[in-house]
Ligand binder design. Structure first.
Ligand code: TXA
Ligand code: MG
Length: 315
């Protein structure tokens, strides 16, 4: 059974000893380990069941530590760090030679982020170096946004969970790649939007993978509940009578016989509650989960991205 704690000394001592720790961040809980300890990093891959080809994000207390990991910090990266760190933004930069290729999955770039959650910041400050922290879920399942979700994911382990309550943002960080000679590139949507980033950069972001910038592990089926899950725009009214069908609405829920949650029509509140709602409805073990597709628009871009990975379209 995992154990919950709020004891930062204990949490830090575990990490120094090469053990794992579930770490609250403002986005999702991470499965943290000392990024300079290859044996500890190997434990992260083993416990998650994650392929070693899928690189990890290094979490830092301060932007001033970037130079310990990145071989180069382009001016554009510095501007983004100044504007958005601490916060839900990950930057992929050229990696220094001494960064373990277990962390970068053999790539010559490293992903860096300064999280904003107060407990994460205090722990990183105390730890004094970088922590790898992929989302604290088993490979291909839903990211955890509360200690209870982490417990469920790793029920048969003795993982220590630093209890920082529910995550405020609720979706994984936005990832931007900044490699020399390449335009800045959006590699993963997050609640920090492309236009917020473009406003600071003063130029549009390129999209998708190109050249050396690959994002292994962004699987099409990712974040998927065990229950067969579909998303709809037109309400499939027949299913409203089905007691074995669960519903997730984004405002204007219609009465259904099966259980339903309504996350409302505000994108930030929806994002904050999405994974918790998926855990809750998936845990009912019903036959079907139906998700109302939120409206178009940039404010919903990260939500659309995650729903596309969690469900199949019904219409
Ligand atoms: O919000 C977050 O980013 C959370 C919290 C815990 O910080 N972490 C997280 O980690 O989502 P993870 O491992 O689940 O997702 C990291 C993503 C993966 O898609 C990986 O391929 C990409 O970051 N990534 C890591 N290093 C990379 C690199 N050098 N180049 C390109 N993509 C990289
Ligand atoms: Mg993940």
């Amino acid at each position: 059974m995992p154990t919950l704690t709020t004891d930062l000394d204990l949490a830090c001592a575990r990490l120094k000893a090469g053990e794992l720790l579930a770490l609250p961040t403002e986005t999702v809980y991470g499965l943290a380990a000392d990024a300079r300890n290859e044996a500890a990093v190997a434990k992260v891959f083993a416990l998650k069941g994650r392929p070693s080809s899928n690189p990890l994000i290094v979490h830092l207390a301060h932007a001033s530590q970037t130079g310990d990991w990145a071989a180069e910090v382009p001016a554009a990266a510095q501007r983004l760090m100044d504007a958005f760190w601490p916060g839900p933004l990950t930057l992929v930069l050229p990696a220094r030679g001494d960064v373990s290729r277990a962390v970068t999955a053999g790539q010559n770039s490293v992903a860096l982020r300064v999280p904003a959650h107060p407990l994460a910041r205090q722990l990183l400050e105390r730890f004094g170096s970088g922590l790898v922290a992929p989302s604290a879920n088993r490979y291909m399942s839903i990211s955890p946004t509360s200690p209870a979700h982490v417990m469920q994911q790793f029920a048969d382990s003795d993982l220590l969970i630093l209890d920082g309550g529910p995550c405020a943002v609720g979706l994984e960080s936005t990832i931007v790649g900044l490699l020399p000679g390449e335009p800045a590139r959006l590699l993963r949507e997050g609640m920090l939007s492309a236009s917020q980033i473009e406003a600071v950069l003063g130029e549009p972001l390129a999209r998708g993978e190109a050249g050396e910038l690959r994002v292994p592990g962004q699987h099409h089926r990712h974040y998927a509940p065990g229950t067969p899950t579909q998303r709809f725009q037109q309400v499939p009214t027949m299913a409203l009578q089905d007691p074995r069908c669960a519903w997730l609405w984004c405002g204007a829920a219609q009465p259904s016989v099966g259980p339903a949650l309504d996350l409302g029509a505000d994108p930030e509140r929806y994002a904050q509650g999405l994974y918790a709602a998926l855990y809750e409805l998936d845990n009912l073990g019903l036959d079907r989960l139906l998700i109302q597709t939120p409206p178009p628009g940039e404010a919903w871009a990260a939500v659309h991205d995650r729903l596309a990975r969690a469900s199949r379209p019904l219409d």
